[in-house]
Design a protein around this ligand. Structure first.
Ligand code: C2E
Ligand code: MG
Ligand code: MG
Ligand code: MG
Length: 284
């Protein structure tokens, strides 16, 4: 190993380390080529008002139509995109795709976009969001950014979030309860929606709701709405509704939808008044 030689110079790395570096360089090039060749697309999963069924937003979830490996999910490439820095252009691409799509959706339906911690702490983040809003014409209040607790250790990132919020963009804290969030973190951050991680929703099927209900109450006290992630069954849906969780998302309501399925979804949920109501049955 390079370290054991005491001379960390180029050329002294172990073959394993060199192989990893070259794998990373390859991945970086592939990601760059993928962006240039428009190989990324977003699928959209509805977020629904738990009391009324009103469709309020869609979460944008990225997919890579890889020319050799087929369609890849984010867990297969976000990590390496973060390691190589490619998450910056990739994240900007996702934002642009999401805002372009949402600008053409029925009135009042928002899009919520996952933002990696690496993006959030990068200096260009705020400018990128502002630029995408300007070029797509999407009303700022119809854009939400989803961040995780790891991204907000940085003071500048927190300042950026406040700036975005002044523009009307809203902020969701993703995967709440799985990281290292303290109550102090919650109070310090400008958060509109607390997304309660799926693990708590799964548990609530056997042990009625204590945790979810407490989180919903805490969020309410801090002026935030709560969203239950990963609702997969009718029982889970009923329980999170009983806990007064304001928003729900998950396979029971709908899988993430590609562009064609999204059009069908809009048609299927449209009411006479022009709003979109989910009938709380599985879709599609
Ligand atoms: P996430 O933001 O927590 O998104 C929710 C993930 O759970 C999605 O997986 C979604 O398809 C899945 N899911 C939704 N409902 C259910 C359910 O009822 N049961 C189960 N078991 N799973 C459900 P996906 O699309 O594979 O995305 C995984 C993660 O990748 C996301 O987790 C997010 O952290 C990240 N990601 C996705 N798109 C982007 C992106 O554009 N940029 C960045 N930086 N990260 C992204
Ligand atoms: Mg998310
Ligand atoms: Mg999540
Ligand atoms: Mg998650």
């Amino acid at each position: 190993e390079a370290k054991s030689t005491g001379r960390n110079r180029v050329g002294r790395f172990s073959p394993a380390l060199r192989a990893r570096a070259s794998e990373r360089a390859t991945a970086q090039q592939e990601l760059a080529r993928g962006i240039a060749a428009d190989q990324f697309e977003l699928h959209y999963q509805p977020q629904v008002d738990a009391a009324t069924g009103q469709v309020v937003a869609f979460e944008a979830l990225i997919r890579w139509n890889h020319p050799v490996r087929g369609q890849l999910g984010p867990r297969q490439f976000i990590g390496v995109a973060e390691e190589t820095g490619m998450i910056i252009p990739l994240g900007a691409r996702a934002l642009a795709l999401a805002c372009t799509a949402a600008a053409n959706w029925p009135d009042g339906i928002a899009v919520t976009v996952n933002v990696s911690s690496v993006q959030l702490v990068s200096t260009g983040f705020l400018a990128t969001v502002v630029d995408v809003l300007r070029t797509t014409g999407l009303e700022p209040h119809l854009l939400q950014v989803e961040i995780t607790e790891t991204g907000v250790v940085d003071d500048r990132a927190v300042t950026d979030l406040h700036r975005l919020r002044e523009l009307g963009v809203t902020v969701a804290l993703d995967d709440f309860g799985t990281g290292y969030s303290s109550f102090a973190t919650l109070q310090r951050l400008p958060i509109d929606v607390l997304k309660i991680d799926r693990v708590f929703i799964v548990d609530c099927a056997d042990q009625p709701m204590a945790v979810v209900q407490s989180v919903v109450e805490l969020a309410g006290t801090l002026g935030m709405k709560s969203l239950a992630e990963g609702v997969e069954t009718a029982v889970q849906l009923r329980r999170v509704q009983a806990a007064r969780c304001q928003l729900v998302q998950g396979f029971y309501i709908s899988k993430p939808l590609d562009a064609a399925n999204l059009e069908e979804y809009f048609a299927a949920t449209k009411t006479e008044s022009g709003s979109h109501i989910h009938p709380f049955v599985r879709f599609p």
